[in-house]
Design a protein. Structure first.
Length: 318
């Protein structure tokens, strides 16, 4: 049973244009999968977490983004179990990112760039890098630091997801260096307290993402709030600070991704883009114009007053 669970793959092309995937309007789940892939131990929770992620990847494909983190980064050598889970996720068309921390632009840039190279060397299947502990300051020095990271990742044709976990200053600069920005990573209470600020951040960066922590129950309400604020990339987690478990709300997240959006603006845009609606509007306008022209022609055509009077007289007699 275990081997079947791990090796069941939906037939689909493996190649994906990752930037175009992030640029579309579909919802996505981003999972910090910081738990070891104990694939040999079928009774362990870690085995269950990865088997569950494989199942989710089967259903969502590139709408699932998984961050892998063997050793606070890539480590110094290949871990065959991480190679296996990365292979399994890619075969299901999920997007896999390697974890690299930056200490808010205080970590030596040579170490960061070295980690980027190591990721693509040890695990060539990763689609890009999840850049953590990103400074939100937006100064020229900070932006240049992250530009160097991005240049290194892009030289490997990779995707760059930046995680300041808070609204950034000078968002235009981050749009130049990041394919996605996690604008908030904290609890729902803190989110609501700073909602106006976060909303502005969501509007100002491309592909904004939110990671909500400490949500023990009612994830649907949290997801409704995020959807209302225009967030399409999310993770709702039941604990704070540690991602050593898979969210207990993973099924609710999958359901949210799969269901149609209730965003009115998005619905309106989709409706207006419908060729059937445009065809209907064209036909209706044509009929309306024809009726107007007919009325004008009838108004210009002389009528027999006598005939009208005769008809009227007949009706009065009846």
């Amino acid at each position: 049973m275990a081997l079947i669970l791990i090796s069941t793959i939906v037939d689909a092309p493996v190649s994906t244009t990752f930037t175009s995937v992030l640029g579309n309007s579909s919802r996505k789940i981003i999972v910090p999968a910081y738990f070891y892939p104990s694939l040999w131990n079928t009774g362990s929770m870690e085995y269950y977490y990865w088997a569950k992620l494989f199942d989710v990847a089967n259903r969502l494909g590139p709408q699932l983004i998984v961050i892998v983190n063997p050793f606070n980064g890539p480590g110094d050598m290949v871990d065959p179990y991480y190679s296996k889970v990365i292979e399994e996720l890619i075969a299901r068309r999920a997007i896999v990112l390697g974890y690299v921390y930056t200490k808010w632009a205080q970590r030596p840039i040579e170490e960061v760039l070295g980690d980027v190279d190591t990721w693509f060397t040890l695990y060539p299947g990763v689609a890009g890098i999840f850049v953590d502990e990103v400074s939100p300051e937006g100064s020229e020095t900070v932006v240049n630091y992250y530009q160097a990271v991005t240049s290194k990742v892009k030289s490997r044709n990779g995707l760059v997801v930046c995680n300041p976990g808070t609204p950034v200053r000078n968002p235009a600069s981050y749009n130049e260096v990041c394919d996605m920005v996690i604008v908030f990573e904290d609890g729902l209470t803190e989110y609501m307290r700073n909602r106006d600020i976060v909303r502005e951040a969501i509007k100002s960066v491309k592909n904004p993402g939110v990671i909500l922590e400490g949500v023990l129950e009612d994830p649907d309400s949290a997801l409704s709030i995020l959807e209302e604020d225009g967030v399409k990339v999310v993770y709702v987690y039941h604990k704070f600070y540690s991602y050593n478990e898979l969210s207990i709300h993973i099924d609710s997240l999958v359901k949210w991704v799969a269901q149609p959006s209730s965003n009115n603006a998005e619905k309106t845009s989709a409706l207006l883009a419908s060729p059937y609606l445009l065809m209907g509007i064209t036909v209706a306008l044509s009929l309306f114009l024809a009726l107007i022209l007919r009325s004008v022609d009838e108004a210009r055509t002389p009528r027999s007053t006598g005939k009208v009077l005769v008809n009227l007289s007949h009706r009065l007699r009846v």
